[in-house]
Design a protein around this ligand. Structure first.
Ligand SMILES: NC(=O)c1ccc[n+]([C@@H]2O[C@H](COP(=O)([O-])OP(=O)(O)OC[C@H]3O[C@@H](n4cnc5c(N)ncnc54)[C@H](OP(=O)(O)O)[C@@H]3O)[C@@H](O)[C@H]2O)c1
Length: 344
């Protein structure tokens, strides 16, 4: 079956295992990004390298990590192992990592990037994102550490009441430092994460290099239709994080993945609810990065390119949206760069 999606270019399907690889979208700088990737947040540290290796063997060609996840070394090891085994070449795989909020100040963007670059050890990084527009204070973990070493700083600095200690750094300054990284040749593309439409517009209007994507929470309960429409019109892709809605989260039962009507759809298409949900989000215009360390679920999540939801089923899925946000970051609600105080 040929799939027709306005912004997503598919390779010609051929009856080999490689045919399932590299379903890509062309970014605004010409690089191609696979429209499904493996998420790695909260993957068991001892198991992550194995999981990333399995994902590559299954056919994943896009891995999402972050300095904050503390697993960049494992991701890099797994990719290098698969390159050494001859399964892939470096240019076959797209690796994303992210700048954490404690490193927004001038000088620290470069330091933090260098640490991620060294952790991954993959010649270059495909995509580097500003993880979150709100900057945090840099608090040393322990006075004996060095201020020149980014690992000396707490990742989640909080006051005595548990509220995040935020700072005051304009994300445009951060963006300009990110642009310099592209000029250095160590990273191919740069982008945003958790930015709203106004923040995205401000970056677009004040940059030499445009963000290629904005990675935001996106699943049927928070389908981001307005942000996707806004961003696509400006040639910025949307990458959907938590695309399954983190089914084991405490509010899991509210999620589309458990909706009896989604189960009915799954039966109709001979697919699982997870596959219906991921397929929906791709047809909705986003790139998906489901996390799993389980080989069978990784295969299940990847196997979504041999069917297409009909228009009427897409309409039904759209109705599941109830703007239910898993990641509210409510402790930073009063910060001027808090992104979720406007509609989208
Ligand atoms: N930029 C940001 O601020 C941000 C925030 C959150 C996440 N992210 C990125 O987005 C990725 C995905 O988001 P996420 O990890 O929050 O949530 P998710 O991918 O929606 O859900 C992951 C959870 O679903 C389970 N799962 C996976 N496949 C399944 C299936 N087919 N059926 C049932 N359960 C399944 C996983 O368990 P098993 O591992 O046991 O399969 C895991 O507990 C992250 O890993 C991270 O890379 C970015």
């Amino acid at each position: 079956m040929t799939l027709i999606l306005p912004t997503i270019s598919f390779l010609i399907l051929m009856p080999t295992i490689d045919a399932k690889l590299a379903q890509t979208i062309t970014l605004n700088n010409g690089y191609k990004m696979p429209i499904i990737g493996l998420g790695t947040f909260e993957s068991d540290p001892g198991d992550n390298e194995r999981a990333v290796g399995d994902a590559i063997a299954i056919g994943y060609r896009h891995i999402d990590t972050a300095y904050f996840y503390k697993n960049e070394k494992e991701v890099g090891n797994a990719v290098r192992t698969k390159i050494a085994e001859g399964l892939i070449k470096r240019e076959d795989i797209f690796v994303t990592t992210k700048l954490w909020s404690t490193f927004h100040e001038p000088g620290y963007v470069e330091k933090a990037f260098k640490r991620s670059f060294d952790n991954l050890n993959l010649t270059y990084i495909d995509l580097y994102l500003i993880h979150y527009p709100v900057p945090f204070q840099r608090l040393l973990k322990n006075d004996s550490f060095s201020v020149n070493d980014v690992s000396s700083f707490q990742l989640s600095p909080v006051d005595e009441n548990g509220n995040t200690l935020t700072a005051d750094v304009d994300y445009l300054i951060v963006w300009h430092a990110m642009e310099k990284l592209v000029e250095s040749g160590q990273v191919r593309s740069i982008g945003l994460s958790n930015f709203n439409s106004e923040q995205t517009e401000r970056v677009l209007s004040n940059s030499k290099i445009k963000p290629v994507t904005n990675q935001v929470e996106c699943h049927p309960n928070l389908n981001q239709r307005k942000l996707i429409e806004f961003s696509t019109a400006r040639n910025v892709t949307i990458t959907a994080y938590s695309p399954l809605g983190r089914p084991s989260s405490s509010n899991g039962k509210k999620l589309a993945i458990f909706d009896p009507k989604v189960l009915e759809l799954a039966k109709k298409y001979n697919k699982t609810p997870a596959q219906i949900i991921l397929r929906y989000t791709i047809q909705n215009g986003a790139i998906v990065i489901p996390k799993s360390t389980n080989k069978n679920r990784m295969k299940e999540n990847f196997n979504i390119f041999d069917f297409e939801l009909s228009n009427s089923d897409m309409q039904f899925m759209h109705q599941l949206n109830n703007n239910y946000r898993l990641f509210e970051y409510s402790s930073e609600k009063n910060h001027k760069y808090y992104p979720f105080n406007i509609e989208f």
